[in-house]
Design a protein around this ligand. Sequence first.
Ligand code: BGC
Ligand code: NOJ
Length: 831
Amino acid sequence: MQYGYFDDDAREYVITRPDTPYPWINYLGSEDFFGLFSNTSGGYCFYRDARMLRLTRYRYNNVPADAGGRYFYLRDVNDSSHGADVWSPSWMPMKSKLDRYECRHGMGYSRIFSSRNGLAFSQVSFVPLRDTCEIHKITLTNESNIDKNIDMFSFVEFCLWNANDDMTNFQRNFSIGEVEVVTAEEPQSGEGSRQVRSCIYHKTEYRERRNHYAVWAVNVPITGFDTDRQSFLGLYNGFDHPDVVFKGKSNNSIASGWAPVGSHHIKVRLSPGEAKTFVFVLGYCENPQDQKWEKQGVISKKPANDLLEKYGSPEAANKALGALNDYWENLLKRFTVEAEDKKMARMAGVWNQYQCMVTFNMSRSASYFESGIGRGMGFRDSNQDLLGFVHLVPQRARARILDIAATQFPDGSAYHQYQPLTKRGNNEIGSGFNDDPLWLICGVAAYIKETGDYSILDEKVPFDNDEKLADTLFIHLKRSFDFTVNNKGPHGLPLIGRADWNDCLNLNCFSSTPGESFQTTANFESGVAESVLIAAIFAYVGPDYAEICRRTNRADEAEYAEKQIAVMIETVNQHGWDGSWFVRAYDAYGKKIGSRECEDGKIFIESNGFAVMAGIGIEDGRAARALDSVKEHLDSKYGIVLLQPAYKDYHLELGEVSSYPPGYKENAGIFCHNNPWVTIAETRLGRGSRAFETYAKICPSYREDDSDLRRMEPYVYAQMVAGKDAPRHGEAKNSWLTGTAAWTFVSISQFILGVRPMFDGLLVDPCIPSDMKWFNVTRHFRGADYRIAVDNNAGVEKGVKSITVDGKLHDGNVLPVFGDGKTHHIIVTMG
Ligand code: BGC
Ligand code: NOJ
């Protein structure tokens, strides 16, 4: 069943009923301040770090689902059949019956429209560019033919900043909550357009070591307020039955300890046809250390005033929303797609890129599946996220690369994660994931191909966050490359360490204690377990490293690198081929994993996709054989599963992969991240139909009608879809924060549609189903726009017969770097 539809012109997904099979969310915010926003106004917001600087509380895994948000309650005093009519215009938290409901998730903003008994409600929520607040603009319209007297109550629940502490340390937290309230008067006549604001300030811990507070303000005078949760709700009530709202009167409570909240009470009188708009601002405010106080105990309101001055009117809010729309319009102009297949075009042209922005910003920190507490920025994750983002804002990709590289150790290994706020490596998880270093080469190569900016290689970057150990980024790349060269096992394949890309293939862990971490309890340092996947990654990214060396006058290093790559490929040929597919790994006893010799886990997706991406076995037919085996053993209706047969039992020597029930996660789930590796591999073989089939199977827009089974948002990729061994085959989980976003964007844009940045220009080399007769792509590339029209009337899957550039025949299929700020027209004829 469908729960909504794509409005392609508006670039919005329109949700038409609130009871979606899971909260369908959106992300507000572009750079430092972010909000998660569900289709029923649930979620929370934070400044830079979802753990350390969370402004509002959110209860994960709660009953009912999606509890907590920016809520508005309405109370129609006229409708006195039951005293008064009280409802939630965003459906939750009261699950109110609505005459109309619609939620539109757009690029960085969301809107909710609803109505009940002739009162229309409209909410638009967004984070303005470059500022630290959420804006919620609310309009109430009287669509009935009688006067309406409405009480509107706002409600947010403040988090005591550190979300982990907030959920655990009650003996302290229940005594530290503090607020201030400043209410506004109606402007007097003669005061002109004096700005009015009614502000609730959350200033817990401000008296000591914080110099930031939160403000929750509205641009009108209020009738009352509440800042103490119990006073607002009643101790034994849920969000669905706030005492104050039912009573129609605020308690003007001032929180002291316990749980600070922010609620405004606004009385709205509307004659028939009349509409009124209110602007609510939820902001993060910071003061210099020496300007914290207005007077003793009274916080300095300057940063809050500045924020509210800027956004505290409907006109200002509209302007800020307009600026946000322009920002996205310009970003998405950098890569657009037109095609007959609208499901593909809207994903590749809009939603996939949008998700890439979100994964770039969040890494794996805050979603409805990641609590924002545990994991920060992943070394391998953030490097891969760059691949789908670098064409959007290359400067931010550049800065990110330097941040990531600073968490590398001098021997080339790396912290597996780092914290977004401090940018320091995370000691709890440490290092030892032996694929990590190679992803840095992958990210930097993508950046250079996109921008042609080799100067990044000369940037001085610390090792282990220590300035004293700083060296050029180029040296970081060399250490990355050499880390693999220097850490090989008995077969000459790379040692796997705690895990490679597959976090759950823990071959040196041997954990038999419940609750122990599979990744950090590496208690069996065999020095033996090896990864064929790392070998393949090395063979894939290595040539880019060699090419970078050559282009920066390091011919000797290039030659050395090429030799090492050749040695690695030879090793894979010798020890990584199993007869019909590539082996996955060797365990701590030197036994094969991902081989026909195994009982379970005979074949894995990762080493096969990546080895073929790297070109291994193409010439002698093994690549085609491997991909045929993938199709035969791993394919399913909803995508390619990670391995087969699924592990039925827990294997001490394999670790977390065998801890999952068959069909879930890494144990034979459809782990979408690695499906595009197969897609790309198929394009290397020129098999356009199969490549597209593997693309479409995991692409959410193709499963819109199947939402009851898939459950996740039809406009975003999910990390995992339950595999064929699982009882709920086809059900997705963990939407949004996944490397799937970047890799599918690479697979569709660069390998299927085939518009691929190269060191010297823009390659056009499509590999499509033969019945795709045409498509158009516009691509912004190094300062010029390329309008590319592809004609496949010949009905081939691959092959470019001719190209014209601005009307002139062009030799080869690499388009030059124009860099002239102009638009160039390119016609590509396949055949
Ligand atoms: C995997 C999870 C695993 C986690 C451990 C992730 O990459 O997908 O299954 O539990 O790593 O940190
Ligand atoms: C999710 C993790 O974020 C990523 O780093 C890892 O590669 C995959 N899971 C596979 O385990």
